[in-house]
Design a protein around this ligand. Structure first.
Ligand code: COA
Length: 417
C-alpha cells in the first residue's frame, strides 16, 4: 500500500483564502485544485449543467467512469472544492456571484476571451465590486492578438508552443504529443503561481490585479531555457534530439536485456567516462582516440552508442542499476518508469507523493498528492470532488445570509439548481 492518508482538514498555507473558481475542463481546475490542496476555501461556480469535464468518457486510453456517477477526470481536478451551480445568464444568478465577489480574495476563469465580459464577470466589473480582488484568467493564445478568442485544448498548446517538435526525433513521421494533458497541467500551475504572487503583492502594496496566462505562454515557459538560449544566438533552430547520434552519448537512453530503458544524464561526461567504461567492462575504450573527450565522443557518437547499446543489452536494467549503485562513482541516471510503476517506487512511497483518501462514495482511493511538502502548514487531500451544485444552499446561507425563501425564489427563477 502506498503512502498514508492525506490531511484530514484544510490546514495548508492558503487557509483563510477565499477562491471563486469559475473554471472548466483541466487548465483552470488544475490551478484551483492546487489552491484547495493548500487549504484555500474554493467555491467552484458551475453552470446548471455542470463543468463539461464531468462528462468526459475517456482520456488518453483510460476509461473515466468510476461508478456511482463519479468520473476520474473530474474527481482528480476538483478535489477540495465545493460546488455552487448558478446560471450566470439570469439577473439573480449574476447577483449571487457579485455578492460572493465582495469578500473573495481570488476569482479564476478559463473561458474564451470575451465570455466573462459578456456574462458580467469580467475583470473590470468584478474589480469595481472588490478592488482588492485577484482575477486569474487563462485562455489559449493570450489576451491580445487575432487569435485571442480562439478555442484551445491541451494539444493546441503543445503544437503551437513548439513542445511537440521538442519531443520529436528526426525519423518520426508525425510529431509526438505528450499524453496526460501536460499542456493544461503546466498552464494551471503557471496560473496558480501567478495568482499566488499577486496575493503576496496585494499584501505588500494593497492592490488587486488581473493575472493572465495562456496555453501558449505556459508551454513556451516550460521550454523557456531552450527558447531563450536559441534567441540569445539569433533564433537558431536547435537540432532535434537524436538517440542514435547524440551530442553526448553519456546523456542518452539505452535498453537493457529486458527491453526496459535507462536514461544516463552525465552532463560532465569527461568526469564519468573512465569510471563508467570500467564498471561496464569496457576498459579497452577508455583511452580510445575516438572517444577520448567530449568533443571526440560527439564526433564519433554513433560508434559509441552502438558499443553501449550492445553492452547494455547484456543485463536487465535492474542489474545495471545494482551495478551502478554498488560502484564507488555516483553515476547519474534513472530507470524509465511508466505511470503504473510509480506506486511501487520507494521514493514515491517514502515522500507520500501518492496518497490515500477516504472518499465517502468510492471508499479508499489513491491520488497524486500535492507536489510540495510544507513543514508547518501541510497541503493534501481533505475533501472529495463535489456533485453539481452540491453546496449551493450551504454557500448561499452561510456565505451570503440567504434564507430558504430566497433559495426557493432563486430555484423557481432558474438561477440556481
Ligand atoms: C475550453 C473551450 C475550448 C470551450 O469552448 P466553448 O465550449 O465554445 O465555451 P466558451 O468558453 O466559448 O463559452 C462557454 C459557454 O458556457 C457558458 N457558461 C459557462 N458557465 C456558465 C454559467 N454558470 N451560467 C451560464 N452560462 C455559462 C458561457 O456563457 C458560454 O456560452 P455562450 O457562448 O452560449 O454564452 C474554451 O473555453 C477555451 O478555449 N478556453 C480557454 C483555453 C482552455 O482553458 N481550454 C481548456 C483546456 S482544459
Amino acid at each position: 500500500m502506498v503512502g498514508t492518508s492525506s490531511v484530514s482538514q484544510p490546514d495548508g498555507p492558503l487557509k483563510g483564502v477565499k477562491v471563486l473558481d469559475w473554471t472548466i475542463w483541466q487548465f483552470g481546475p488544475v490551478s484551483t485544485s492546487m489552491m484547495g490542496d493548500m487549504g484555500a476555501d474554493v467555491i467552484k461556480i458551475e453552470s446548471l449543467d455542470g463543468d463539461p469535464g464531468r462528462g468526459l468518457a475517456r482520456a488518453s486510453n483510460l476509461r473515466m467512469d468510476l461508478g456511482e456517477g463519479r468520473v476520474a477526470y473530474f474527481e482528480a481536478l476538483n478535489r477540495n472544492k465545493r460546488s455552487l451551480a448558478v446560471n450566470l445568464k439570469t439577473e439573480e444568478g449574476l447577483k449571487v456571484v457579485h455578492e460572493l465577489v465582495k469578500d473573495a480574495d481570488v476569482f479564476v476563469q478559463n473561458f474564451r476571451s470575451g465570455v466573462a465580459e459578456r456574462l458580467g464577470v469580467g475583470y473590470d466589473t468584478l474589480s469595481e465590486i472588490n478592488p482588492k480582488l485577484i482575477y486569474g484568467s487563462a485562455n489559449g493564445y493570450g489576451p491580445d492578438g487575432p487569435d485571442a478568442g480562439q478555442p484551445s485544448f491541451d494539444g493546441c498548446g503543445q503544437a503551437r508552443s513548439g513542445l511537440m517538435m521538442s519531443a520529436t526525433e528526426d525519423y518520426q513521421e508525425y510529431p509526438t504529443r505528450v499524453t496526460q494533458g501536460v499542456s493544461d497541467q503546466i498552464g494551471g500551475i503557471m496560473l496558480c503561481q501567478g495568482i499566488l504572487a499577486a496575493l503576496v503583492s496585494r499584501g505588500i502594496r494593497g492592490v488587486g490585479q488581473k493575472v493572465e496566462t495562456s496555453h501558449l505562454s505556459a508551454n513556451m515557459w516550460l521550454q523557456g531555457l531552450g527558447i531563450s538560449m536559441s534567441l540569445l544566438q539569433g533564433g537558431v533552430n536547435f537540432a532535434s534530439y537524436s538517440r542514435d547520434s547524440p551530442t553526448n552519448p553519456l546523456s542518452n537512453t539505452y535498453n537493457g536485456s529486458d527491453g526496459k530503458s535507462i536514461v544516463m544524464m552525465h552532463l560532465q561526461p569527461d568526469r564519468y567516462w573512465a569510471p563508467l567504461m570500467k564498471e561496464m567492462g569496457l576498459e579497452q575504450f577508455i583511452e580510445d582516440e575516438r572517444f577520448v573527450d567530449m568533443s571526440a565522443r560527439a564526433e564519433n557518437a554513433p560508434a559509441i552508442v552502438k558499443i553501449l547499446d550492445e553492452r547494455f543489452a547484456t543485463k536487465t536494467v535492474a542489474e545495471w542499476d545494482k551495478l551502478f549503485r554498488d560502484s564507488e562513482t555516483d553515476f547519474i541516471y534513472a530507470l524509465v518508469q511508466s505511470i503504473e510503476e510509480l506506486s511501487d517506487d520507494i521514493q514515491v512511497q517514502s515522500n507520500n507523493y501518492i496518497t490515500h483518501f477516504d472518499h465517502p462514495v468510492l471508499g479508499d482511493v489513491q491520488m497524486c498528492n500535492h507536489p510540495n511538502i510544507y513543514s508547518e502548514t501541510p497541503a493534501g487531500i481533505w475533501k472529495e470532488a463535489p456533485e453539481v451544485g452540491q453546496d449551493t444552499e450551504e454557500i448561499l446561507i452561510e456565505n451570503l445570509g440567504y434564507d430558504w425563501d430566497d433559495i426557493g425564489r432563486l430555484q423557481s427563477a432558474g438561477a440556481i439548481l
